[in-house]
Design a protein around this ligand. Structure first.
Ligand code: UGA
Length: 439
């Protein structure tokens, strides 16, 4: 615990802002949250969180009760007396791939009109290099500026906040950087202080490297499929080399969500404008763009015909397990590709709740209900899919075929129930038995 409770204002209550709010409250600070969306502020005041994230509602309720977190409807009272003002607003993409910074510009502009009394403004939104220097100029003689990139994954943003691999702090002076870094000193994790620009690049490059690992894993998987080899064995062996690491080498339908693709596009845009090469970034995106189509191709390969007129059960619509977020979800891209080829789709997702959805599929109330189909496609890595009884599946699936786009199912259990199984780069049948023998 930090020994000096400090008032911290959080501007923006998306999953990054909320993880910061709860995380700083856990450290013993007094947190005041503000969002431009008044309705969201009112919901948060009542303890209602705007999205699905494990444990967040419980933590919020606890901190609201003790008063260590509260939400206000105007930015002025949020920042009044705050030592740190955390800016965590969205930075989506423009058409040309560049980051849309209007949210950041708006907040910094509003802060510049207030008397911040030497507070530290902490930018946490993902921004291109130069943005924090601009903010520092806009707030000169009013507040110091720190760029502290977030490395928080949706679905486990609070644990990631409380347990960081490193804390990166960019600032114009070491003193200012250390002031923010001190909030994390009790965690005994590396606190890396650097220039504003370096910290901005550190964030973009971290996401680019993670995305590149996933595209690499997907290409390995696609090759393994052609060679009848098992990509999970291959990648496990590769990842056990400590220089490489095992995380983010899970092949699948590709990376989705609001971060990787957007950040890659922003870096490509930046590299182009800086006359730097960006081949690896491009290749990472290209591989990812092709991967969802591959799942549909694999399905048609196994069916030996087009999916037109085939009833396809789909498990998973969110961009990954543990979230209800469907932004840039490749699961949805697969559903759209199936529909475009004439399939009839029935989908189940444990977190997707949008009765007014415009997806080209009907929604089932359970995983088994969605399996009342000709074939089954697994598109999100929800662990509960693994717990569904394969024998019950075998009774329902008319063509006894599962294409597991996330390699989430237990291959032995599924094939033992007499189902045909195709993963992504994964051995087709249990224990090396040929596909034909279990059909
Ligand atoms: C990502 C980064 O992991 C965070 O460190 C970063 O802070 C965040 O973006 C951000 O920039 O805000 P997130 O997008 O929440 O976090 O999700 P990830 O867990 O990274 O997964 C991204 C996508 O990659 C998902 O679709 C996931 O299913 C996929 N993935 C992940 C794979 O296909 N294979 C893997 O091995 C890992």
């Amino acid at each position: 615990m930090n020994t000096k409770p400090t008032k911290i204002a959080i501007i923006g209550t998306g999953y990054v802002g909320m993880a910061c709010a709860i995380g700083f409250a856990e450290f013993g600070h007094q947190v005041v949250g503000y969002d431009i969306l008044i309705e969201r502020v009112r919901q948060l005041q009542r303890g209602v969180t705007p999205y699905h994230e494990a444990g967040i509602t419980e933590s919020l309720t606890r901190h609201l009760r003790t008063g260590s977190v509260r939400f206000v409807e105007d930015i002025e009272s949020a920042v009044h007396g705050a030592a740190f003002i955390v800016v965590a607003v969205g930075t989506p993409s423009h058409q040309d791939g560049s980051a849309d910074l209007s949210g950041v510009y708006d907040v910094i502009g509003r802060l510049a009109r207030l008397n911040l009394r030497g507070a530290t403004v902490v930018l946490r939104s993902t921004v291109p290099p130069g943005t924090s220097e601009w903010a520092a100029d806009a707030l000169r003689n009013n507040a110091d500026v720190v760029y502290a990139p977030e490395f928080l994954r949706e679905g486990c943003a609070v644990p990631d906040f409380l347990n960081p691999d490193r804390v990166v702090v960019g600032a114009e002076s070491r003193l200012v950087a250390e002031r923010y870094g001190d909030l994390f000193a009790h965690l005994s994790r590396p606190i890396l202080t650097m220039s504003l620009r370096n910290a901005e690049l550190a964030k973009g490059m971290s996401n680019a490297f993670l995305a590149m690992k996933i595209s690499f894993a997907n290409q390995v998987a696609n090759l393994c499929d052609e060679l009848d080899a098992d990509a999970l064995d291959v990648l496990d062996a590769v990842g056990h080399d400590r220089r490489i690491g095992r995380m983010f080498l899970q092949p699948g339908i590709g990376f989705g969500g609001p971060c990787f693709e957007k950040d890659l596009k922003s870096l490509i845009h930046l590299s182009k404008n800086s006359n730097a090469d960006y081949d690896l970034l491009h290749a990472t995106l290209d591989v990812n763009d092709r991967q969802p189509r591959r799942v549909v191709d694999v399905l048609e390969q196994e069916l030996n015909e087009s999916v037109s007129g085939v009833r396809v059960g789909v498990w998973g619509l969110t961009f990954k397990a543990g979230t209800d977020d469907v932004r840039d979800s490749l699961a949805i891209r697969v559903v759209e590709a199936l529909a475009a080829r004439g399939a009839e789709i029935v989908a189940f997702d444990p977190a997707f709740r949008d009765p007014a959805h415009r997806l080209p599929c009907t929604l089932a109330a359970s995983a088994l209900e969605a399996a009342d189909a000709d074939v089954l496609l697994v598109l999100t890595d929800w662990p509960q899919f693994r717990a569904v009884d394969p024998w019950a599946l075998a009774h329902r699936l008319r063509r006894r075929l599962i294409v597991d786009g996330r390699n989430v199912l237990d291959i032995d259990a599924v094939t033992a129930a007499g189902l045909l199984y195709r993963g992504i780069g994964r051995r087709r049948t249990a224990s090396g038995v040929e596909l034909a023998e279990v059909g």
